[in-house]
Every structure is written in C-alpha cells, then in structure tokens.
Design a protein around this ligand. Structure first.
Ligand SMILES: [Zn+2]
Length: 77
C-alpha cells in the first residue's frame, strides 16, 4: 500500500519533532506564533510592537526625542 498524504505528513512532522524544529500547535492544529516583542515608551508607558509605530509615536508625541530615548533597544525602521 502506498503511503498516503497523511502518512507522509506525519512522518515529516515526526522528523521535525525529533529535530526540535516543529512549531507548537494550538488545540485546533494551527501553529502558535511566538509572541511579538513589545517596546514600552519610557515617557508615556505605551506599549508598541511595530517599528513603524514606534517611529511615528516618537515623532508625533515626543518631538525632540529620539526613538532610542523613548524606546531603548527598539529597532529603528
Ligand atoms: Zn510615548
């Protein structure tokens, strides 16, 4: 009997699991995305994740400050 698609997929998943590379799945079988790194503004304590938001926030709310002053360690995009 030829291997079914399911068998092939299971075999692949087993190999990935053995290598520690398989993404954890939710109960519905959807891969869990790693949580996004959030950066907190040192001035107003708002929490942002997108480099673009961080840049816009700094320019709009704290003109005169740099992105690194408001969000130390944040990527500057
Ligand atoms: Zn701020």
């Amino acid at each position: 009997m030829p291997a079914s698609k399911k068998d092939i997929r299971n075999k692949k998943n087993k190999a990935l699991e053995a290598a520690g590379l398989r993404a954890p799945l939710t109960q519905s079988g959807v891969p869990v995305k790693p949580p996004k790194q959030a950066y907190v503004c040192t001035v107003c304590k708002i929490s942002l994740t997108m480099p673009q938001q961080i840049k816009v926030h700094t320019e709009a709310k704290h003109s005169g400050k740099t992105v690194q002053e408001c969000f130390p360690g944040a990527p500057t995009a």
